[in-house]
Design a protein around this ligand. Structure first.
Ligand code: ATP
Ligand code: MG
Length: 300
């Protein structure tokens, strides 16, 4: 399978501040590739360097076989990118935006085709400022693919959208991929990454800390479970002798047990064996969100 993005040890500084310290990953053709990380991790800086919008201070970058800085002109014909909301004037009409963007890349399909294909026909005359957030996002997707790119970058595309519009936007991203375009998707949202991405690079503190499929990340970092219950019992020392138990913490009556494997069954058996029958015994298996919190160390 062809590699469309290859980043090795990307480094980017703003003055003395290091925004990206060591970012390495590669994206295969046809993937939806997620870049996930907390605020300020260096995600946007990374994708801006890949698009030739910023000059890297170190590392090797290849995008569709090009060096993004020296071949910026060539590359721009083959990549698409979602705009920031403020990038279009409020009074610009939908068709004018499509017309303008397609005029920059003459080899793309005619813009009316793109407009119909992305469900914007009924909004043709609408002004950008009067579109709903979801409709603006739809327009941004259409503008990103107006040059029939091989690769698109979407950065935080569902921030601020209601749950319904987010789902519609996810469908648009899938449709972009179905058309054969590779997608690099920057997001904060675990559910979005889990739903859409084939693989995810987790960036934390300016470096890549994990790369895997969503399921792989959960298996690798989230094989753990948490068991909670409430009790008045004073001595819970026996929990520590259960093989699957990794830790026990307590706040008043509330007990939290972290463990792995069949920890729920073993804790339940242990409790019952000691005459303790909590009515609120519950267990929680790791989700991608827990994995993210574990990897980035935001919680723990
Ligand atoms: N032009 C700039 N000049 C100076 N510092 C910058 C500049 N752009 C970004 N930074 C800093 O670099 C770091 C990484 O920023 P970046 O925008 O890449 O993070 P991000 O992962 O996209 O965050 P977010 O999730 O908030 O969008 C941040 O600390 C940010 O303040
Ligand atoms: Mg960002």
């Amino acid at each position: 399978m062809a590699t469309v993005v290859d980043v090795q040890h990307l480094e980017k500084r703003y003055g003395s501040f290091t925004a990206v310290e060591d970012v390495t990953f590669s994206v295969d053709e046809g993937e939806i590739y997620g870049i996930l990380g907390p605020n300020g991790a260096g995600k946007t800086t990374t994708v801006e360097c890949l698009q030739g919008l910023r000059r890297a201070d170190g590392g090797e970058l290849r995008v569709l076989g090009h060096d993004p800085l020296t071949d910026a002109e060539q590359l721009r014909r083959h990549i698409g990118s979602q705009l920031q909301e403020s990038a279009l004037p409020d009074r610009m009409k939908v068709w004018e935006a499509l017309d303008l963007f397609s005029s920059l890349v003459p080899e793309g399909p005619p813009w009316p085709t793109v407009m119909e294909e992305w469900g914007l026909g009924s909004k043709r005359e609408a002004k950008f400022g009067n579109l709903s957030g979801g409709q603006q996002q739809r327009l941004f997707v259409a503008l990103a693919v107006v040059n029939a790119p091989r690769l698109v970058f979407f950065d935080e595309m569902t921030t601020g959208l209601d749950p319904m519009s987010r789902r519609v936007t996810w469908d648009l991203v899938r449709k972009v991929r179905e058309q054969g375009t590779t997608v690099v998707l920057v997001t904060h949202f675990m559910d979005e990454a889990e739903e859409l991405c084939d693989r995810i690079a987790v960036i934390n503190d300016q470096r890549v800390v994990a790369i895997d499929t969503p399921g792989g990340l959960i298996r690798r970092f989230g094989g753990r479970a948490t068991v909670t219950f409430s009790t008045d019992a004073v001595d819970l020392g026996f929990l520590h002798s259960i093989e699957e138990v990794d830790g026990v913490s307590r706040e008043g009556r509330r007990v939290t047990v972290s463990g792995h494997g069949a920890v729920l069954a073993s804790v339940a058996a242990g409790l019952v064996g000691h005459g303790i029958k909590p009515v609120d015994l519950a267990s929680h298996r790791a989700s991608l969100e827990d994995v993210f919190l574990t990897i980035t160390g935001v919680e723990e």
